[in-house]
Design a protein around this ligand. Sequence first.
Ligand SMILES: *[C@@H]1O[C@H](CO)[C@@H](O)[C@H](O)[C@H]1NC(C)=O
Ligand SMILES: *[C@@H]1O[C@H](CO)[C@@H](O)[C@H](O)[C@H]1NC(C)=O
Ligand SMILES: *[C@@H]1O[C@H](CO)[C@@H](O)[C@H](O)[C@H]1NC(C)=O
Length: 345
Amino acid sequence: MILLSFIFLLVAVVRINDTSPRLPDDVLEGNPRVAFMFLVRLDLPLDFLWHTFYENADAANYSIYIHSQPGFVFDETTTRSTFFYGRHLSNSIKVDWGKSSMIEAERLLLQAALENPTNQRFVLLSDSCVPLYNFSYSYSYLMRSSRSFVDSFLDMKEGRYNPRMASVIPMRKWRKGSQWIALLRSHAKVVAYDDVVFPIFKKLCKRRPPLDASKGKQNFKLQKQHNCIPDEHYVQTLLAMNNLEGELERRTVTYTSWVPFATNMEMKSWHPVTYTYASANPQQIKRIKDIRHVYYDTEHRTEWCKNSAAIFPCFLFARKFSRDGAMRLLTEENFDASASLHKSP
Ligand SMILES: *[C@@H]1O[C@H](CO)[C@@H](O)[C@H](O)[C@H]1NC(C)=O
Ligand SMILES: *[C@@H]1O[C@H](CO)[C@@H](O)[C@H](O)[C@H]1NC(C)=O
Ligand SMILES: *[C@@H]1O[C@H](CO)[C@@H](O)[C@H](O)[C@H]1NC(C)=O
């Protein structure tokens, strides 16, 4: 009897912990911070450029979180920038591209960043992202907006929506968009603590495996499966389902240059360009920084890049950059903080 009641008590305690994640109060003491959340494969090859970016920042205005491979530690042996020491999550998971582990990693980053109540903006970045402006410009840009920046558009033609989701996710709420988001704290919580939409994605939104001759007839079944890429749909769809689209700028602040390339499987597929030393030239960087609107052809929508009703440059960050490309950005005048180049490691 005693043992039984002890077990019940234990279960009750665990359940309380489960159903109500302990949210820190959002009372703000000190400056509001931008949480920079890096989702990386292993290390941060462009740390030298980010180092210059943070060197010109106020330490009270930002925090850094990194999701890398489990067990990978950021210290003096793995990064040249002290800003990244110890910033890796200790509970990181193994990420498979095109699987729900990608959005799970994103949620782990948000959960960690939400623990600090002064974090008010949450920016997701990859290991090939570069900043296009100095810290103070990026900080004011993000703080000035009372909306999240989430690239989001209707996606009806690709067949990634799986009708089996319909009981939870109605088709009219299905969205597509870039994974690289910048969220307000209230939206960060919606994503971090969602337990309705995430399980459905885990089950029904998966990348279709490539054709594999050795699998023979099984390919019929595999190729009929809905080809879905969770990270291109999850946040957009979740926020639409929570009727939060009115609180978004429906665009990303992270530039990607897409080019078509042909594969055997699909007639046409899109591939992000990597900027190398040659292509990361001042003209290209200026072209990216001068962009003031984006066009969404599935909706025939031209999105002017607004921030608190004024028109602004669309992009604060850009991907994908090689090490040489990022080095050129650092040395050319187009990166405002280049003055401190010689102090950089
Ligand atoms: C419940 O959560 C608190 C705070 O996060 C933790 O200290 C405690 O160990 C948890 N209890 C159980 C039974 O998980
Ligand atoms: C930061 O960049 C902005 C816009 O490019 C510029 O106007 C400003 O002077 C720069 N500030 C610093 C501290 O370098
Ligand atoms: C740091 O934050 C404060 C308060 O928001 C702001 O006034 C200041 O300009 C920020 N500093 C930088 C370098 O962005």
